[in-house]
Design a protein around this ligand. Structure first.
Ligand SMILES: *Cc1c(COP(=O)(O)O)cnc(C)c1O
Length: 403
């Protein structure tokens, strides 16, 4: 149909594998549930009415296509390659997450589900999902650790305003891990009636595929926009990587373009040599299993998922999407890092030179571009996925820098 449809990339295979990564590492009963979701998804995504409704929502609700902005002043200052920004920060709700949340909420409604369930850490996934569920008209239940609830007041308020049921989780450390457990227990009470909405390209098959397909609108738009404007493709395409949804959404359309170098940027936090103080899963981890999938994992000495850190709360995850794990081993995508400090510098620099306050997550990719551009020629181009806006980070940055 048109460029707003989900992509039909050939990976993963029918069992959900990207090479050795992905799959469904879940109990047999849950495997059946996941297979049912996969089958429903494969059928529904090809329906004209589903495609049309999603395309209309992307256009009229999210505000797609998001523009590409040439950061001229920043490029000039750096004296090398031209830096361009794909403006996912201009989407309704201010980030790329609305793309897959709308897809998942709509799919849940087409499947006749009675409730959408999810966990949230800092609250970004919770707000995007509560937004999508309000619009699509399906009840939404978000589990959140009590500690996070106290830390993330603005997002908690937004979720309440949007009408979702917020379930505080007080057990254990009362943060993301406990919220995942709690949300999953609720889901298992009736997986036929409920839909578990995963927030990135992670978890058991079909979620890495499904979330990628909904996000791949980013790269399809960007490729067409760049080609139309410049008559060629960019030399580099970069995006930050936490679970990997905004990055895979950007990369998918360019995977077949051998002349385009793809760069995923992970957080090196306070240093790659400091276990527990970074979150660079692909750079420092190794193949393992986490949350129902085979993928690169950061582990501690006991073999448990490691403690992780990043200045950007949306990137601190000890696993990463299975397709990224595969693309790393294939060598098709290069995974690099940006530190907390470089990221903070990039956050301030983009704000002051271009008047765009980026999310701290997105500022990792900007930091990489700032490092790379001076090594390139002015007739070369770097396209950065600006995954979200930084309003949510303004208070935190102001405190850090004593502004
Ligand atoms: C959640 C978030 C991310 C990280 O998620 P991915 O799945 O790695 O894309 C990146 N940027 C923003 C703005 C986010 O909100």
């Amino acid at each position: 149909m048109n460029s707003s449809n989900p992509s039909f990339a050939p990976m993963p295979d029918a069992q959900g594998f990207f090479g050795p990564f992905g799959g469904q590492i879940v109990p047999p009963a849950l495997k059946q549930v996941m297979d049912d979701i996969d089958q429903a998804y494969e059928t529904i995504r090809q329906r004209e009415d589903f495609q049309q409704e999603l395309a209309d929502l992307f256009a009229d609700y999210v505000g797609r296509p998001s523009p590409i902005f040439h950061a001229r002043r920043l490029s000039q200052q750096l004296g090398g390659a031209q830096i361009h920004l794909k403006r996912e920060d201009l989407n309704h709700t201010g980030a790329h997450k609305i793309n897959h949340c709308l897809g998942e909420a709509l799919l849940a409604r087409f499947m006749g589900k009675k409730k959408v369930i999810a966990e949230t850490g800092a609250g970004q996934h919770g707000v995007a999902l509560a937004t999508a569920c309000a619009l699509v008209g399906i009840p939404c239940e978000i589990h959140m650790g009590q500690v996070d609830i106290e830390k993330e007041h603005p997002n908690v308020i937004k979720m309440r305003i949007l009408g979702c049921t917020l379930v505080p989780v007080t057990r254990g450390a009362a943060t993301l891990k406990e919220a995942v457990d709690s949300a999953f227990e609720e889901y298992l009470k009736d997986p036929q009636a409920f839909f578990y909405a995963i927030g990135s390209v992670v978890g058991p098959h079909p979620f890495p595929k499904m979330v990628r397909d909904f996000q791949s609108i980013i790269g399809r738009e960007a490729r067409g926009q760049f080609q139309a404007r410049h008559g060629r493709l960019p030399d580099y395409v970069a995006a930050c990587v936490g679970g990997g949804s905004n990055a895979i959404g950007m990369f998918t359309a360019f995977l077949g373009d051998a002349e385009v170098a793809l760069v995923g940027v992970e957080p090196s936090g306070e240093g790659l040599d400091k276990p527990g103080r970074h979150s660079a899963t692909l750079s420092k981890g190794k193949p393992g299993q986490l949350h129902g999938m085979a993928c690169y994992v950061l582990e501690d000495e006991a073999g448990n998922p490691a403690a992780v850190h990043s200045i950007a709360s949306g990137l601190d995850y000890p696993g990463v999407g299975p397709q990224h794990s595969y693309l790393k081993e294939q060598g098709r995508v290069r995974y690099e890092t940006a530190s907390d400090k470089e990221t903070l510098d990039a956050f301030m620099r983009l704000s002051r030179v271009e008047g765009i306050i980026p999310a701290l997550e997105s500022a990792h990719a900007v930091a990489w571009a700032i490092r790379q551009a001076p090594q390139l020629r002015p007739d070369q181009h770097i396209l950065v996925n600006l995954s979200g806006r930084g309003d949510k980070d303004a208070d935190y940055v102001a405190k850090l820098l004593d502004l």
